[in-house]
Unconditional design. Structure first.
Ligand code: AMP
Ligand code: ZN
Length: 275
């Protein structure tokens, strides 16, 4: 089948990972990561699915249920990590993390937590990469958001494989659906009867991404593909990525651009002191 061929091709062409490699898949319960789980299982890859229960009411309950049922049915090894449990653990482990009632209030905060915890889990498991379900529509949205903010350099690192940093504590993130349109993925879920959470996260309703998504809604597939190609041309020429200016956070020890990582800033209320 064409879609399956393209999926496998992206993995091999961009050298994302190999069949024998131990990898983890970030499984949200949305269609994209479920499709990846389905395909990795079908083609015999060596992976563990990781679901993060973000404790966002009914939304998190149904996401978790979908992951559990899907993995059981397809005999996929699934591990669930709860946001609350992780935060409570930090209250005892980390300086500054004393807040008891932390809630995720928006996409930025959620993203910081997921990146931090997934990197930690992947490293502890000795995984070679972290697979996420980002598709071409997601990627164009991110590019445009960064452009509209006046910070195109924030997209320097984007691609099917995160370009940055060969560092023993940093686990690269890969996106096998990077070149697949949302439309194609939806078609595949219908053919294969893959269930997916249709609900959107209630805390993301008014985010900037939703506005950009609406703006792109009626664009043709061809235009979307052209957009990603245009971005790639710009970044090929302009990319000025420094190989590694990565530090380790002085509070939690995780890889960070500053002395205090984004996670410790957000969840422990700490700030890098520039003096
Ligand atoms: P999103 O940021 O919600 O568009 O999700 C992008 C990708 O991040 C998904 O395709 C998953 O691979 C991963 N992801 C999002 N939420 C979760 C979650 N709660 N648990 C595990 N992985 C997730
Ligand atoms: Zn930190």
């Amino acid at each position: 089948m064409e879609f399956e061929k393209k999926f496998i091709n992206t993995i091999s062409k961009y050298k994302l990972f190999e069949k024998k490699d131990k990898v983890i898949l970030a499984l949200s319960g949305g269609k994209d990561s479920l499709v990846i789980a389905f395909l990795l299982k079908k083609f015999g890859y060596n992976f563990t699915a990781i679901h993060i229960d973000l404790n966002i009411g009914e939304y998190s309950k149904s996401s978790r249920k979908i992951c559990e049922e899907f993995c059981k049915e397809n005999e996929i090894h699934l591990e669930i990590y709860s946001f609350l449990e992780q935060i409570n653990k930090l209250n005892t482990d980390l300086k500054g993390c004393k807040k008891k009632e932390i809630q995720i209030t928006g996409c930025a905060m959620c993203g910081v937590f997921k990146k931090w915890i997934l990197n930690k889990i992947a490293r502890e498991k000795g995984a070679k990469v972290i697979i996420t379900g980002h598709n071409l529509d997601d990627e164009i949205q991110t590019f445009l958001m960064n452009f509209f903010k006046g910070s195109p350099e924030l997209s320097n690192n984007t691609g099917p494989k995160s370009k940055n940093i060969s560092d023993k504590k940093f686990i690269p993130r890969v996106k096998p659906l990077y070149y697949r349109l949302e439309k194609e993925i939806l078609e595949y879920t219908k053919i294969k009867k893959i269930p997916a959470l249709v609900k959107k996260c209630p805390r993301s309703e008014d985010s900037y991404r939703v506005q950009i998504r609406n703006f792109l809604e009626n664009r043709e597939s061809k235009e979307k593909l052209n957009l990603i190609k245009s971005f790639e041309k710009i970044y090929d020429k302009k990319a000025t990525k420094k190989e590694s200016d990565l530090l380790y956070c002085i509070n939690c020890g995780e890889p960070s651009r500053k002395k205090i990582c984004k996670f410790c800033e957000t969840f422990c209320g700490l700030k890098t002191n520039h003096n």
